[in-house]
Design a protein around this ligand. Structure first.
Ligand code: B12
Ligand code: SF4
Ligand code: SF4
Length: 378
């Protein structure tokens, strides 16, 4: 069948994309403002991205879609609501529970959005070239979404929508089709600073500016090594991501619960017990988190995070579980187990374990954990 010659207009594209289940679909020129590009450069020059070297490696392309793809004209920006049923901070005060951020309580959103964006891209491909993206490509999705009018970048740097509050995944189709842009959104934060004030690790260096290295989302997901000692206590029981700055936003009074079955929380991941996770081996970890974004960090990083929460629980009934992990094959796990044990076990036990394990320990990071505890208690 030959393609129709007339490309669909803006409202026809919006209707098609809405029909795929996106909550909001808006259009902008596929270009960023010079101030956006400068702010990305400042962020990277200050090293605020930490070990996310991929951000610096493709900085030119990230700064401007036209560098990524010179012929591109329009960004079709989409938002998908993943609003929780209730305030996700409820699990933070249950010390025997693990807190998993809302976005990771069921299916991986990359898969869900990509599947739908592909259908939009395939349809549009009859009239123009298209490329689709969710999260991982070098595209600054939040500034583009603000330009398209989906919402504004709040002081916590994420996009807030007047209709849906904080709980919105972003994705986009870039195309060579020339589509009239929608109006941009303006800032509605006003004098509010709730998100800045609530951050448990003081990750904001100022309004609209985050030091990713201090954000619990970075620490638990992106960071491959030991979590900096000075931030561990503030993490509480957050074992995968964090939602505090999102959840506290007053604009969530307009948020509504997601209707996407793929984002409804799996009961095992809403406020799971730490006990259910601490003993996971690799096979059980993979089976439990199949299809979930959590699978991407692998068992060692996950158990590292669980051990920080266990250490923060103050619950001595975990001592035996933690002791088993002192002999784990992953140094990342052994090191976190040393820290957790020192939060839970009596001094006599600690001395015996150090005596037995430190001299045989070959990994420098694990030795450093034992030594740091020894000097802290000296
Ligand atoms: C790297 C990254 C992270 C890093 C760094 C976070 C960050 N804010 O940059 C870490 C790992 C910490 C992270 C955490 C989270 N992330 Co993230 N992350 C990204 C990613 C891949 C790139 C973001 C980026 O370009 N950062 C670079 C900085 C420089 O850009 P920026 O954030 O736009 O910064 C702007 C402001 O700082 C502003 N600015 C700077 N100085 C000043 C000064 C003034 C005066 C003003 C007005 C503005 C201003 O200008 C900058 C440029 O516009 C995007 C996906 C994508 N491709 O865009 C997802 C993304 C931003 N993440 C997302 C989510 C959901 C999260 C978490 C909520 C996950 C969780 N629950 O744990 C947390 C939220 C933490 C937070 N408060 O940001 C969603 C956000 C959706 C939304 N509604 O906005 C995205 C868009 C993924 C997606 N496709 O849905 N993330
Ligand atoms: S996600 Fe949590 S740790 Fe990260 S900036 Fe927001 S409140 Fe702070
Ligand atoms: S909590 Fe307040 S300052 Fe932060 S994004 Fe929401 S309105 Fe803006």
């Amino acid at each position: 069948m030959t393609a129709p010659t007339q490309a669909p207009d803006r409202e026809a594209i919006r209707a098609f994309a809405r029909g795929l289940g996106f909550d909001v679909v808006r259009f902008t020129r596929a270009e960023t403002k010079s101030e956006t590009r400068e702010r990305l450069t400042t962020f990277l020059d200050q090293g605020l991205h930490g070990d996310m070297a991929w951000m610096k490696a493709n900085a030119d392309r990230r700064a401007d879609p036209k560098t990524l793809w010179p012929e591109v004209k329009t960004a079709i920006m989409v938002g998908l609501n993943y609003g929780p049923e209730s305030d996700p901070r409820a699990s933070l005060t249950q010390s025997d529970a693990a807190s998993i951020s809302v976005y990771a309580r069921n299916k991986d959103y990359h898969d869900v959005l990509k599947k739908r964006l592909r259908r939009l891209a395939n349809w549009l491909n009859a009239w123009g070239d298209v490329k689709l993206f969710v999260d991982t490509a070098p595209i600054m999705e939040k500034p583009l979404a603000q330009q398209a009018g989906i919402g504004w970048q709040g002081k916590h740097t994420n996009l807030v929508s007047r209709d849906l509050g904080s709980w919105l995944f972003l994705g986009e189709v870039l195309t060579t089709l020339d589509i009239a842009p929608d109006d941009a959104e303006i800032d509605h934060c006003g004098a509010c600073s709730r998100c800045l004030d609530i951050c448990p690790t003081q990750a904001f260096i100022g309004p609209y500016q985050i030091d990713a290295r201090r954000c619990i989302s970075y620490l638990t997901i992106e960071n491959k090594g030991p979590i900096p000692r000075e931030l561990r206590a503030s993490m509480g029981n957050r074992i995968y991501g964090c939602d505090d700055c999102l959840a506290v936003c007053p604009w969530n009074k307009f948020a509504r619960m997601t209707e996407e079955a793929d984002f409804l929380p799996r009961p095992q991941l809403t406020a799971p017990r730490l006990k259910e996770f601490i003993g996971l081996d690799d096979a059980n970890f993979r089976a439990l988190f199949s299809g979930s974004p959590i699978k991407r960090i692998g068992r060692a990083r996950f158990i590292r995070n669980v051990l920080i929460a266990v250490g923060n629980s103050g619950d001595a009934s975990f001592v035996q579980d933690v002791e088993k992990l002192l002999a784990d094959e992953a140094p990342l796990v052994r090191g976190a187990a040393v820290w957790a044990l020192h939060r839970l076990a009596p001094r006599e036990v600690l001395a015996v374990r150090r005596e037995a394990l430190l001299s045989a320990e070959a990994d420098e990071t694990v030795r450093a954990e034992w030594q740091a505890e020894a000097s802290a208690s000296a």
